[in-house]
Design a binder for this molecule. Structure first.
Ligand code: FAD
Length: 351
């Protein structure tokens, strides 16, 4: 996998066989199938991390229905996909990059992203529920602290190791992270602007027990008034939601904002796709209504559609087979068995 800025800058001058929109499990798997078919691909994602919903919504949850894995942590599945799909085939990955519009130049598809134009022979959209965007804190602009201690996503728990962590939010993800970071952070405080949490009863019970034990400092109903620090976050001033004169200062190193994510088809809905109930309509071979564009994973809809990781993997194999056959008609749709071929350019198969 290539995230080196210099390599990515050069990638804007390259024409790839496939540009994959979305670095969720299905997008990564799409690049895997492309590599297996000796097609070169790149991936773009609006998020700063790989993994789509698995990273943003449930990195620490067990998944039990990915065949071959009796159980697997969502973040471990992302890591295995990264190694198998991106590392193995040296796939350039443009993170924090959103595809805004699409156009065509002869046989090429051009994606217009917020970082420049990317050209490829085909595009495969594995965009899930659309571009993810974390909800921002109402009432205080946290933008200047992003990259300096303010986080919206927990990719690696180690980022919070031995830190004084302030978690902001009152829903499931805020409460889940309070519990999940107890073994990692040095101190945890939880700030919620309303009385009462909107999380699973059991998790709220665990948070309250942790607070009783003195492991978590609860600031409810409080809101952020000001963040102080020299380069990085050092202290946060909170005010009481019902009485702004009541203020409290808390020493912290990082702030984890867990206010939910907005997902919307966003830019994709204006590209001219046939759309039904917020998803891209595809035919039985995953072709969308746009030339040279296929789709797979949660973003597709068809008769009998299942929104599952396992079925998304299968859809991506079909989409890639079609895309490669379109570019090189001599390549058969049905792949050869990997037991015989091995991994092109990496691992030998068996005779
Ligand atoms: C709490 C929870 C638990 C789940 N548990 C299971 C389970 O046990 N088993 C199971 O099979 N499934 C489960 N799922 C569903 C599973 O997560 C989805 O089926 C899977 O994530 C779909 O993968 P995807 O790659 O299609 O989309 P996503 O994971 O949604 O990834 C899509 C990516 O595309 C990016 N993107 C979209 N539009 C653009 C654009 N224009 N430009 C750039 N990037 C863009 C997004 O930022 C996102 O990162 C669960 C879902 C949730 C929410």
């Amino acid at each position: 996998m290539t995230t080196d800025p210099a390599t990515l800058a050069q990638d804007f001058d390259q024409v790839r066989d496939v540009t994959v929109i979305g670095a969720g499990p299905v997008g990564m798997c799409t690049s895997f199938w492309a590599g297996m078919r000796e097609a070169d691909s790149r991936i773009i994602d609006s998020l700063p991390e790989l993994g789509g919903q698995l990273t943003t919504l449930y990195p620490e949850k067990w998944i039990f229905d990915v065949p071959g894995h009796p159980k697997v942590l969502a973040r471990d599945l992302v890591e295995m996909l990264r190694v198998q799909a991106l590392e193995q085939f040296g796939v350039p990955v443009h993170l924090s990059t959103t595809a805004h519009t699409i156009s065509w130049e002869d046989d090429l598809v051009v994606l217009h992203t917020d970082r420049g134009e990317l050209r490829s022979r085909t595009v495969i959209v594995a965009g899930g529920h659309g571009a993810f965007e974390p909800k921002k804190l109402p009432g205080y602009d946290m933008t200047p602290w992003e990259g300096r201690g303010a986080h919206y996503i927990v990719g690696e728990k180690s980022v919070f190791a031995d830190k004084r962590v302030m978690i902001v939010g009152g829903g499931d993800s805020a409460c889940d992270w309070v519990i999940n970071l107890l073994d990692t952070a040095r101190e945890i405080s939880l700030v919620h602007r309303r009385d009462g949490f909107r999380a699973h009863e059991v998790t709220v019970g665990q948070v309250l027990q942790a607070a009783d034990r003195g492991d978590v400092a609860l600031h409810v109903p409080y809101q952020i008034k000001e963040v102080y620090g020299d380069g990085s976050i050092q202290r946060v001033r909170l005010f009481h939601s019902d009485d702004a004169a009541q203020e409290v200062d808390v020493e912290v190193d990082v702030i984890l904002l867990q206010l939910g994510f907005k997902t919307a088809l966003g830019p994709l809905k204006d590209w001219g796709f046939e759309i039904s109930r917020g998803a891209l309509v595809v035919d039985p071979v995953m072709k969308t209504s746009l030339p040279r564009v296929w789709a797979c994973g949660d973003i597709t809809t068809f008769d009998g559609k299942l929104k599952l990781i396992a079925t998304g993997f299968a859809e991506s194999a079909i989409a890639v087979a079609q895309a490669v056959h379109e570019i090189r008609p001599e390549v058969k749709i049905q792949p050869k068995y990997s037991t015989n071929t091995g991994v092109p350019g990496a691992v030998a198969g068996q005779p």
